[in-house]
Design a protein around this ligand. Structure first.
Ligand code: GTP
Ligand code: MG
Length: 133
C-alpha cells in the first residue's frame, strides 16, 4: 500500500493546528503509520529542499523550516500521495481552494503550515529521512 510523508511545519505547530491537520487525514480514511515531534537540523532541511536551492527564497525557507519543531508523519492508503496533495491545496494559500488545509488555514506561501510528498518514491525517501533520522 502507498505511503506519503506529511509534515506540519513550525508555524502549524506553533499555531496549534496539529490536531486539525491530523483530523483531516483521519477523517478522509488514511491510516497513520508513524509520528514524531522533531527539530529539523539545517543539513536535513537543505537536503529536503535541495531542488529549490537556486531560488532567492531558499535561505528564508531553511530558516523557516528550522525555526521550531515540526511534526513528522507517515500516512498510508490507496492513492494517498496524490490525495494528500489535494487535501493540502496549492502551494500559495491564497490560491488554495476553500476546503483544503492551506485554503482554510493559511495566507502566505512562506508560512503554508504543511508539507506533502509529491510522488510515491519521494514519499518513501522522505519517510526514511525524517521518521528514521
Ligand atoms: P511542500 O509540500 O512543502 O513541498 O510544498 P509544495 O510542493 O506545494 O511546493 P514546492 O515543493 O514547490 O515548495 C516547497 C516549499 O517552499 C513551499 O511549500 C513553501 O514553503 C516554499 N516556497 C515555495 N515557493 C516559495 C516562494 O516563492 N516564497 C517563499 N517564501 N517560499 C516558497
Ligand atoms: Mg514540494
Amino acid at each position: 500500500v502507498e505511503e506519503t510523508y506529511i509534515m506540519v511545519k513550525p508555524d502549524g505547530v506553533q499555531r496549534g493546528l496539529v490536531g486539525e491537520i491530523i483530523s483531516r487525514f483521519e477523517k478522509k480514511g488514511f491510516r497513520l503509520k508513524g509520528l514524531k515531534l522533531f527539530q529539523c537540523p539545517k543539513e536535513l532541511a537543505e537536503e529536503h529542499y535541495k531542488d529549490l536551492k537556486e531560488k532567492s527564497f531558499f535561505p528564508k525557507l531553511i530558516d523557516y523550516i528550522t525555526s521550531g519543531p515540526v511534526v513528522c508523519m507517515a500516512w498510508e492508503g490507496v492513492g494517498v500521495v496524490a490525495s494528500a496533495r489535494k487535501l493540502i491545496g496549492a502551494t500559495n494559500p491564497l490560491q488554495a481552494e476553500p476546503g483544503t488545509i492551506r485554503g482554510d488555514l493559511a495566507v502566505e506561501t512562506g508560512r503554508n503550515i504543511v508539507h506533502g510528498s509529491d510522488s510515491p518514491d519521494n514519499g518513501q525517501r522522505e519517510i526514511g529521512e525524517f521518521l528514521n533520522y
